[in-house]
Design a protein around this ligand. Sequence first.
Ligand SMILES: Cc1cc2nc3c(=O)[nH]c(=O)nc-3n(C[C@H](O)[C@H](O)[C@H](O)COP(=O)(O)O)c2cc1C
Length: 105
Amino acid sequence: MGPGGRDRSFYDAPHVAFFSLAATMGLVNAVDVGIFAQTVMLLMAERGVATCPQGSLAAYPDPVHRVASIPEGNAIVCGMSFGYENRDARINQLPRCESGLPIGA
Ligand SMILES: Cc1cc2nc3c(=O)[nH]c(=O)nc-3n(C[C@H](O)[C@H](O)[C@H](O)COP(=O)(O)O)c2cc1C
């Protein structure tokens, strides 16, 4: 698997959501999408569901449009992989600093 492969396979998460911007909206409305996405993340965290927002997934809109009912012309802003955390996965065993951010690979 090449660079970015894990990213493109959603880090093995069982689900992915995509956030799109209506064609009638301007670039400034991407901020609204970001705020909405963060709200989704907070709600999922409250319910014990882990999320991983991925801006890179916006680079592959064609397969998303093929499987999802996204209105024609809408731009895909980002994807968000999610699911219950697999604590056995190595990526979830990285040491973390107090902020919760990983401190080493
Ligand atoms: C808006 C946004 C876009 C991101 N895009 C990517 C991405 O394309 N690929 C990626 O691997 N991580 C991306 N990240 C970082 C991951 O989502 C990040 O590793 C994760 O949120 C941190 O989770 P952790 O605290 O459980 O390690 C992005 C984060 C944000 C907030």
